[in-house]
Write a protein of this length. Structure first.
Length: 167
């Protein structure tokens, strides 16, 4: 279990708030999804403590139900809102003030693929896919798909042609 809950530490060096938040998220998610009834019960307690830490102390809404891949980087973990039904890939960076959510509830949430870099204050809303390696600019309001290796900026977001993928 320890490898799974510490999977984000290497990409959040010297960032105790991000490490604590992600440790609590991974621990709660692991316990809540366990097949063992005792672990699930412990997960309920962990969930309560996690909510106090994430919402009240750090100001981050990142439900344990949100699927988040390994090595999530949170340089400034505050003001982040993730819908419980959004999906976040591996090696993603999310800066402060980012919202990733649905327009009409749980069934139209974004999918953020691996290696995406999301700028501060960006909003990704609706049934969209942000392709692998894409970059989302500061304050962008993304309402449409962003292809892999492309950049999106502005309100509403404008997609710039994809960059060649590094070898």
């Amino acid at each position: 279990m320890s490898d799974g809950v510490l999977v984000d530490w290497s990409v959040n060096p010297r960032n105790s708030r991000a490490r604590l938040l992600l440790l609590a998220y991974r621990t709660t998610r692991t316990l809540r999804l366990s097949r063992r009834p005792a672990a699930r019960m412990l997960g309920r307690l962990s969930d309560g403590l996690y909510r106090v830490l994430s919402l009240w102390v750090l100001g981050v809404e990142m439900p344990w139900m949100t699927e988040i891949g390994p090595r999530l980087s949170l340089p400034h973990p505050h003001g982040i809102v993730l819908n419980a039904h959004a999906r976040i890939g591996a090696d993603v960076m999310i800066r402060h003030g980012v919202t990733i959510g649905g327009r009409r509830g749980a069934f139209d949430c974004p999918i953020v693929e691996a290696r995406v870099d999301i700028g501060a204050g960006a909003s990704l809303v609706g049934d969209i896919t942000i392709g692998r390696g894409a970059r989302i600019g500061v304050g962008a309001v993304v309402l449409k798909n962003v292809p892999p290796m492309a950049s999106a900026y502005g309100n509403p977001a404008v997609v710039v042609a994809a960059r060649p993928e590094a070898a």
